[in-house]
Structures are given as C-alpha cells and as structure tokens.
Design a protein around this ligand. Structure first.
Ligand SMILES: Nc1ncnc2c1ncn2[C@@H]1O[C@H](COP(=O)(O)OP(=O)(O)OP(=O)(O)O)[C@@H](O)[C@H]1O
Ligand SMILES: [Mg+2]
Length: 267
C-alpha cells in the first residue's frame, strides 16, 4: 500500500481551507419533506462525519453543498459563496465521491481520472499522467488503468471514484459512503487518506458514512440526521454517550432474534 504521508501531488500546500455553513436548510420533493430546518457549520480544515438511518436525507444534503440540489428554503454557503450559485465550482475546488461511484462507463479508468484535468487544462498530458498514476497507486489500483468500469468489482469502482476526486486537487472533499463495499483494510486506508488530506493539506472533508470505525477514528465532529433533522451534533467523544435515546439506539442497535418478522412462514 502506497503512503501519501510523505508526498502528495494532489493538493497544493498553499490551497486555502474552506468552511461550509448550512443555515436553516429545508428541502421538499413534492409533499415529501426530506430536510427540515437543518443548521450546522463545518470549519475550514475539519473532518465532519454525517451519519443517520437510510433515507434520512444524507445524500440530499451533500448534493446541496455541491450545488446539485437547491434549497426549498434556507441556504448553504461554501467559503462564503452561495452553493446554489452557478459559479460555485469556479470559486471553490470541490469533489463529491458519489455513493455509487458515478464513473463514465464508456471511458477507461485512466480516462475517467484524466477527464477533469484535461477539461480544465490543469497540466500537459505528461503531468496529468503523473497525477493519474499516483492516485491509482495510492488506492492500489495500478493494474486497472486500461480497464473499463464494467470490468471492476464494486469496491474497486468505489476506489476509482475516490482516486478521480483526488486528481481534482480539491479544497473540499465530500464522500458519500466511501467505505461501503470495501474490506476492513481498504476502509482503514480510506480513513488514512481523509485524515492525511486534513493534517498535511488542510482539506475540509464531509463524510457521509455508516462506518462507526471511520467516524470514531477520524471525525472532528459528528452529525446524526434523523427524519430530516439533526438529532445529534458533537464530537466523537460526545457521541459515545448520547442523551437522545433514538441516537443511542441508532449507534448500538439491539438485535432481537425473537422478532416475529424472523419467524418461519407457516402454511
Ligand atoms: N430527486 C429526488 N426526488 C424525489 N425524492 C428524492 C430525491 N432524492 C432523494 N429523494 C428522497 O429523499 C429521501 C432522502 O434520500 P437520501 O438519498 O438523501 O437518503 P440517505 O440518507 O442518503 O439514505 P441512504 O443511507 O440509504 O443512502 C428519500 O426518501 C428519497 O426517496
Ligand atoms: Mg445516501
């Protein structure tokens, strides 16, 4: 496994850190109220982990930060700029690692990673090649450069999506379930990458995850979204002794094997 602690060509040291403010955010899809008055801020250079049950609105919230969804009311600002403005991506370099990867199936792994630097003329082809190969190396994907996404396992696609985000030299990294589908060693590597980007390059990270190991390992602060509201906001120490019983149950669910749902169907 390659280490990025000694040399990271992806994020310039002079990259200014950016903060995020989510202010009274409400989002409805028709009559469905997904986000209900959510407010929190993420400090520049912080790792913020967002947890919560399936369907609680985590992915929808992330999409507001990168300007892929727009508030019904309330506002999201990134580095002081309205995230809903058309020019947000010109002002802040941010990369979202989508839950399902969102790779271009008609492009090889190499071309998926090279797409952004080519479109933005970040470097000449040789420089782009260095960045792409380095990102693949960090994620143990050297052998996949000429493969197509359909030839990869789910976990490999996930790693390609993270590698592609690294090549964008982000100031703000957003990850949607970065360790789902990964084995424990690769999950630990992803945690290391997120922590290294913070420690050495001051990248702000917002990580949506169900992975308690990751949250308790690297989060500066944790938010838990339940039913469209923030049920918990605090440090990883504070999350160990939650006062809200719903949060406690979410973090330490009891397994009830006598649940009638599990009874055999009888004729
Ligand atoms: N574009 C959309 N149109 C209508 N409803 C949507 C849309 N996007 C999300 N939703 C709904 O918003 C709710 C929250 O979805 P979201 O994807 O944010 O959940 P999540 O917390 O990320 O869940 P998971 O942990 O399963 O990924 C769900 O009920 C979903 O069906
Ligand atoms: Mg989701």
């Amino acid at each position: 496994m390659a280490s990025i602690s000694t040399h990271n060509p992806f994020t310039a040291t002079e990259t200014p850190a950016v903060g995020v403010i989510v202010d009274r955010l409400c989002k409805n899809f028709g009559s469905l109220e997904v986000l209900k008055d959510v407010s929190f801020s993420v400090e520049a250079g912080e790792i913020f982990v967002l947890m919560g049950p399936s369907g609680s609105g985590k992915s929808v919230l992330l999409k507001h930060i990168v300007g892929l969804e727009f508030p019904t009311s309330g506002k999201v600002t990134v580095d002081g700029h309205d995230a809903a403005s058309e020019t947000i991506r010109d002002k802040v370099r941010m990369a979202l690692v989508f839950q399902a990867g969102a790779l271009f199936n008609s492009l090889s792994v190499y071309d998926n990673l090279a797409l952004y630097p080519r479109e933005h003329r970040i470097a000449k082809e040789a420089g782009i090649r260095d960045k792409v190969m380095r990102a693949l190396q960090i994620l143990s994907l050297e052998g996949t450069a000429q493969k197509f996404p359909s030839e990869l396992s789910g976990g490999m696609k996930k790693r390609v999506a993270i590698a592609r985000a690294l090549v964008m030299e982000p100031q703000l990294m957003l990850y949607d379930e970065p360790t789902s589908e990964l084995d424990p060693i690769m999950s630990a590597t992803i945690s290391e990458i997120i922590a290294t980007l913070k420690d050495e390059y001051h990248v702000t990270s917002i990580v949506v995850s169900h992975d308690r190991e990751l949250a308790l390992g690297i989060a500066d602060r944790i938010g838990i979204l339940m039913d469209g509201k923030l049920a918990f906001l605090g440090t990883k120490e504070e999350v160990q002794s939650p006062t809200d019983p719903r949060v406690a149950e979410f973090l330490n669910p009891k397994i009830d094997l006598k649940n009638p749902r599990f009874k055999k169907l009888e004729n």
